[in-house]
Design a protein around this ligand. Structure first.
Ligand code: T6T
Length: 318
């Protein structure tokens, strides 16, 4: 009986410690695989990850595809696996397509930490670190409803179906509209493939079809940038209100210019830093935290210049 108890205790400890007892000698090498190279959300995430890697004395490499596209992200994962890092932090660009390459990584005993987005396999990702996107989507719905006086047609512009973060934002938005805003006529979601000019085209077509469009929720940075510039060029800023997720320099400019009414700023730097912390713990065989929520904040013209808000705006580099 005592032996059985000791075995159970041992198994529980192993389960809590990064999925295995392996520890490693030599430098800890971590690679961050972004969803899109050069984009401010992921660059800010990389800045947080770099600072934490420096603090903890681990090597960090950052890579990412030129487009937000799982067919471009997958070969990067494959080549990173071949370089044998101790851990990968990744923002998967699709809930299904990245399962196979990440399973390969797991089989090579590379510790995987999911940052910002997840895959549909709960066995992948020792730790998952992200904003509460359902809550953020609901906050966006409330902010947009307030802007349009709780009535009129509202459209959502997202990236692609199958991206966990933005899908959750849509869910939160739709639930809030359905539950509490009966005066809003919801036009559904259109997908920009995370491309600024596609988002602009969607808005132009939507304005042609529904000239009485009242509001837009853009679920991420590029969708918001494109949607906002289309509204501005169409001279519709007084008629169509917009709320956008993310707070890169272009979104902040749009807020200052009255193109967008509110932004929902995430904490990508913190996501990156916590990701590195979790990766290092996993590699050392120390306990990891399965799920780490990070905050998001509503940014408006009124609070933009406060020190708390200035701190959460995204950076193009560090
Ligand atoms: O909104 C972020 C991120 O959270 C999302 O998963 C994809 O788009 C962004 O990177 C912004 O472009």
């Amino acid at each position: 009986m005592r032996k059985a108890l000791a075995l159970v205790t041992l198994l529980l400890t192993v389960a809590a410690c990064g999925g295995g007892t392996t520890t490693q000698s030599g430098p800890i090498k971590v690679t961050l695989i972004q969803g899109l190279a050069g984009e401010e959300f992921y660059e800010t995430m990389a800045c947080g990850a770099k600072a934490k890697a420096k603090e903890l004395g681990v090597q960090l490499d950052v890579q990412g595809p030129q487009k937000f596209d799982p067919t471009l992200q997958t070969p990067i994962v494959n080549s990173v696996i071949a370089s044998k890092p101790s851990a990968i932090l990744i923002a998967p660009t699709d809930v299904k397509a990245l399962i196979a390459p990440l399973t390969q990584a797991k089989q090579q005993d590379i510790k995987i930490i999911l940052v910002d987005t997840v895959v549909d396999d709960p066995n992948i990702g020792l730790s998952r670190i992200s904003s509460d996107n359902v809550k953020g989507g609901a906050a966006a719905a409330k902010a947009l409803a307030e802007q349009i006086g709780d009535k009129g047609k509202a459209l959502v512009i997202s990236t692609d179906p199958g991206v966990s973060s933005v899908d959750a934002r849509i869910k939160g938005f739709e639930e809030e509209i359905k539950a509490n805003h009966p005066g809003i006529s919801y036009l559904g979601v259109q997908y920009s493939h995370n491309d600024v000019s596609e988002a602009s085209k969607i808005v132009n077509a939507a304005l042609a079809k529904d000239p009485d469009l009242a509001g837009i929720f853009a679920t991420n940075l590029n969708s918001a940038t494109g949607a906002g510039s289309a509204l501005q060029q169409a001279g519709k800023l007084d008629k169509v209100k917009m709320v956008g997720f993310d707070a890169g320099p272009a979104q902040v400019k749009q807020l200052q210019d009255g193109v967008v009414s509110a932004l929902i700023a995430q904490l990508p730097g913190e996501i990156g830093a916590k990701g590195v912390e979790q990766a290092v713990a996993a590699v050392k065989g120390q306990p990891v935290t399965a799920s780490i929520p990070t905050d998001s904040t509503i940014v408006t013209k009124q609070n933009l210049n406060t020190p708390e808000i200035q701190k959460v705006l995204y950076k193009a580099g560090c």
